[in-house]
Ligand binder design. Structure first.
Ligand SMILES: Nc1ncnc2c1ncn2[C@@H]1O[C@H](COP(=O)(O)OP(=O)(O)OP(=O)(O)O)[C@@H](O)[C@H]1O
Ligand code: NI
Length: 355
């Protein structure tokens, strides 16, 4: 058995605030293999960004604190690394594309200089001229028009969308083994978004990169994910192969999320109610106050463990999937229909090809 590239176990990242302890990430486990894209989805505030930033300990400490759990990257315990080791990891073997590109670029250096730095940090042998050519190529590949002349411009000379593409180029400069991308294409128009997603896919194929992709956009998930992790209020609700998640969503929360996907079915509904308090979350399943299928057992104790839905690694944290329980309570009588009869891809010819 080979170890996954990234393995997060029971991660708990809390923030100590005046209002109390915010349990932003509260026992999250997930794995990413080489060459695999894992999409983390869930409503705003569910803990996706904090999970991603905890991997290389980018969260502000204080108020943040990783109170429990382990992060292993390529067999090494990241949680035990020194700040110096972490710095080498970030921008080296682990590339980050942040939700907000502002902080990722230094305003006093040209973008070319910054990308060259990133290239040479990773590849000490690369000469300036060669690094510059690679930087131009990267800018070109992320869709910066006229990259050869724009490479000597400063960040403020680019629009927000262009800056985000430059940040993506920088994250790719070191040919990272793991790429952590937090809403990388949200600010970009659809054409550029597709171009970036294709580029990430090419890079992944070339370098066998593992990708953690955080996104609200289930269309992006269908496009890029191999596996999906569904988060809610700091917990993992469901995980599985992308095809399973779209075709056989099992947690009531996942089913509700998919019903909100525009273009699916007739209505664009929002899930009723709102995220629970992060300082005093409900007992039992964190989704139970909003769940149409909640029973007494859902309201007590801990978040249910991950129960296998079928063979494979599709698993769900819901009492209705406990061995011996009746999942048809959630799934309906035939037990396998996708939400509302709609399909992930909005059609029925290409259902077998979610990627
Ligand atoms: N520095 C901080 N201090 C206090 N609370 C924080 C801090 N950073 C994040 N949080 C809280 O942690 C929780 C999870 O936030 P996070 O940014 O991970 O959500 P998210 O799933 O990425 O949401 P979005 O989709 O909006 O990006 C939220 O309740 C947020 O308010
Ligand atoms: Ni976020």
């Amino acid at each position: 058995m080979t170890e996954p590239l990234l393995s997060i176990r029971n991660l708990k990242t809390h923030f100590h605030t005046d209002e109390g302890t915010v349990r932003a990430v509260d026992g999250v486990s997930l794995d990413v293999d080489r060459g695999e894209t894992v999409c983390v989805v869930g409503e705003s505030g569910s803990g996706k960004t904090v999970t991603a930033e905890s991997i290389t300990r980018l969260i502000p400490e204080p108020p943040g604190e990783i109170v429990d759990g382990t992060v292993r990257f390529d067999g090494e315990d990241v949680t035990a690394m020194s700040e110096k080791q972490l710095e080498a990891l970030r921008g080296g073997r682990i590339g980050h594309i942040f939700q907000n590109p502002q902080g990722a670029l230094n305003p006093v250096y040209t973008v070319g200089w910054q990308i060259r730095e990133a290239i040479q940090l990773h590849d000490k042998k690369a000469k300036d001229k060669e690094a510059r050519e690679r930087a131009i190529d990267l800018l070109d590949r992320v869709g910066i028009p006229d990259a050869t002349s724009r490479i000597d411009d400063y960040p403020h000379e680019f629009s927000g969308g262009m800056k985000q593409r430059i940040v993506i180029a920088m994250a790719l400069a070191s040919n990272p083994d793991l790429l952590i991308a937090d809403e990388p294409t949200t600010a970009l128009d659809v054409t550029i978004q597709m171009q970036i997603l294709r580029l990430l896919n090419q890079v992944q194929e070339e370098f066998n990169t593992g990708i953690v992709m955080i996104t609200h956009d289930l269309g992006v998930v269908a496009e890029v994910a191999d596996r999906v992790v569904v988060m809610y209020a700091g917990k993992v609700m469901e995980e599985g192969d992308v095809y399973e998640i779209f075709e056989n969503p099992s947690h009531p929360y996942t089913r509700a999320l998919l019903e909100c996907l525009p273009g699916r079915g007739e209505k664009m509904s929002a899930i009723g109610g709102s995220l629970p308090s992060t300082t005093s979350p409900p007992d039992g399943c964190r989704f139970h106050p909003r769940c149409p299928y909640a029973v007494g057992d859902c309201e007590i104790g801990e978040q249910p463990p991950m129960y296998a839905v079928d063979d494979g690694d599709h698993a769900v944290s819901c009492v209705h999937f406990e061995p011996g329980a009746d999942p048809s309570v959630v799934l309906g009588e035939d037990g396998s229909d996708a939400v509302g009869g709609a399909r992930a891809d909005g059609g029925d010819e290409t259902g077998g090809d979610a990627r």
